[in-house]
Write a protein that binds this ligand. Structure first.
Ligand SMILES: [Zn+2]
Length: 257
């Protein structure tokens, strides 16, 4: 994991016996408090703690765990925060769990889970609803981004996009799935700071897995930074030139790396 240069890291990851998660702070929008006195990183930490407490329980569905973690985080805010604010800080997230027979995943927001099935290829699960909002107004500021007033109308709304934070029903809108464990070699979880290698810079997921296998997660982060620095026109992308970048690989044979 590495923060974007010159900024506070709002990514978090956690790994346990047969599970892993990556969260990426969502918000805060310029000039907006989101009704909350807490830093975005605090919200991400609370979500990480609550998810980490529940993920070791294999009988609880991932959507139930995510719903519980959102509710517990809402309670943590206390009376100083108005968590009904549509711009309340939250997180995008990727969760994976390797059970006795199944590999399960859950993705919400523009985090990613990538399943490596060896000769059967790699499958990425990316919740890209935020990139396909109809007629979304992009604002040309320090970075290109959606206007907060617009985001307030589509965030955690049907036909908009969903994040973990202050709306428990977001759990029901996550992308979830499972595969037989024997068919999966490894599972990669990452924030959008890493998935841009494939989305912007023409890497294949096989190349990502291969570099991880030979040189480890730090090499992947270095590859992201190199690609960003070599980008001749970073403002063609919505969002920051450098973003926090986090990657975790969960192997189905020996656990996590
Ligand atoms: Zn708060």
């Amino acid at each position: 994991m590495e923060a974007a240069p010159t900024s506070t890291n709002e990514d978090r990851f956690a790994v346990g016996d047969g599970w892993a998660l990556v969260l990426d702070g969502a918000g805060r929008y310029p000039g907006e408090s989101g009704g909350c006195v807490h830093p975005v990183a605090w919200v991400v930490e609370r979500l990480t703690a609550h998810l980490s407490a529940c993920l070791p329980h294999p009988d609880r569905p991932l959507t139930t765990i995510v719903r519980s973690a959102i509710k517990a985080t809402m309670a943590d805010h206390g009376p100083t925060c108005d968590i009904t604010d549509p711009l309340s800080p939250g997180a995008t997230g990727a969760v994976a769990r390797v059970g006795k027979d199944q590999v399960e995943w859950l993705v919400l927001g523009d985090a990613a889970v990538v399943i490596d099935q060896g000769a059967n290829g790699c499958t990425s699960i990316v919740d890209d609803r935020v990139d396909h909002l109809p007629d979304a107004p992009v604002v040309e500021g320090r970075v290109r981004t959606y206007s907060p007033a617009y985001v307030a109308t589509v965030r955690n709304q049907p036909n908009g996009f969903w994040v973990l934070g202050a709306v428990p029903d977001a759990a029901d809108h996550a992308l979830v799935g499972s595969l037989p464990r024997r068919s999966v070699d490894q599972v990669l979880l990452c924030s959008d700071g890493v998935s841009r290698l494939t989305e912007r810079y023409a890497w294949t997921w096989r190349e990502v897995f291969d570099l991880h296998a030979t040189s480890g997660p730090e090499a992947l982060i270095r590859a992201v930074r190199t690609a960003e620095l070599d980008d001749p026109n970073p403002r063609r992308w919505r969002g920051k030139r450098h973003d926090d970048a986090t990657v975790v690989v969960l192997r189905t044979d020996t656990g996590s790396d």
